[in-house]
Ligand binder design. Structure first.
Ligand SMILES: C[S@@+](CC[C@H](N)C(=O)[O-])C[C@H]1O[C@@H](n2cnc3c(N)ncnc32)[C@H](O)[C@@H]1O
Length: 325
């Protein structure tokens, strides 16, 4: 059974954002970040270029991109979303892609010299599943190998941004534009097919009911507070697409039009789901220690979890988790 989290991520990687981004955390300040590139370059320093590197919950391969840029060629990535793995392999055709959950990869014991994860394995789900993922990762690391992860941190900068995005999604969806627009198209279709006083009055009423959500959506888009964000782009696409459908409605069936509006709703829902899963996957210090304790139990040397800061941030962006076998 595909769980909701996995489904939301697959929708993301299939959708417009996934196609163009090649990054999973777009809009929260980590894409093409030099501090991150430096962090990973330091992790790779001193490793033989033929080392086997596995990226857990690789998405489109952000960490593998750093490995590739540093001359490593034996690259593999695990992700629950086949679309993420395909996006990763479009960038790195020679990398091995494994579509699997991080807590049950089916890969052989002790295969990887370096196992990495960036905002990845902590998406496994419940605490129990995240600890199962930790056991799985410990199992996959070769003798003398290492595990290094950057994980979402509770109370950190990304969690704060994500909470802001969730508020923006709430603000936009509470305007009720999609349902009001749908009602207009349905009433218009009925009035055109059977132009009676009743259907015409129903259409006028639906149009009237759309006025407030439409004006509020325009005001929300123009207010500029959310400019550049994913939800702002979705709002713009929703508004301009609806206007376009209305002006060219004769070219479409009612089912096409309502299907498009339902599709927009699904994109917004998936975005909300993805933001919620980001927030839920944030680890407290205790969670981070519990994960490292799994590696200690598997005879690894562990470091204390350390906060990681992106340049200019006063709140940490991640936990650094490290263990050596
Ligand atoms: C925030 S993204 C990070 C992707 C990539 N590491 C990066 O830094 O761009 C989280 C990734 O975890 C994947 N994912 C979510 N739940 C998973 C699970 N249970 N097992 C494997 N991958 C999972 C998603 O498909 C998504 O690609």
């Amino acid at each position: 059974m595909v769980d909701k989290n996995a489904q939301d991520w697959s929708n993301y990687w299939q959708g417009r954002a996934g196609e163009s981004a090649g990054e999973a955390l777009v809009g929260v300040g980590i894409e093409h970040n030099e501090k991150l590139a430096k962090f990973w370059a330091e992790c790779f320093a001193g490793l033989d270029k033929s080392s086997n590197i596995l990226d857990m919950a690789c998405g489109a391969g952000s960490v593998l991109r750093h490995a590739n840029a540093n001359g490593f060629t034996h690259l593999s990535g695990v992700d629950i979303s086949a679309d993420a793995v395909a996006a990763m392999q479009r960038q790195f055709p020679n990398a091995k892609g494994i579509v699997a959950p991080v807590d049950a990869t089916g890969l052989a014991d002790g295969t990887y010299d370096l196992l990495v994860s960036q905002y990845g394995f902590e998406y496994a789900g419940s605490n129990r599943q995240v600890l199962a993922a930790a056991r799985e990762m410990a199992r996959l690391v070769a003798d003398n190998g290492q595990f290094i992860a950057l994980c979402h941190i509770k109370g950190g900068g990304i969690e704060q941004e994500v909470s802001g995005h969730l508020r923006d999604i709430k603000d936009m969806t509470k305007l009720g534009f999609i349902s009001a627009a749908k009602a207009v198209f349905i009433a218009l279709d009925a009035a055109e097919k059977s132009p009676t006083l009743v259907t015409k009055t129903a259409y006028e009423k639906a149009t009237h009911l759309l006025t407030v959500p439409r004006n509020k959506l325009i005001a929300w888009l123009e207010a500029g507070q959310t400019s550049g964000s994913e939800i702002h782009k979705l709002g713009q696409h929703l508004y301009s697409g609806t206007i376009d459908l209305f002006s060219r409605r004769k070219a479409y069936s009612l089912a096409d039009i309502t299907g498009w509006l339902d599709g927009m709703q699904a994109e917004i829902d998936a975005y909300r789901g993805r933001m919620q899963s980001m927030r839920q996957s944030a680890l407290s210090e205790k969670d981070a220690r519990n994960i490292l304790a799994v590696f200690a139990d598997a005879q690894f040397n562990i470091d204390h979890p350390a906060p990681f800061y992106l340049a200019g941030d006063n709140k940490p962006a991640a936990w650094v988790l490290q263990a050596r076998r």
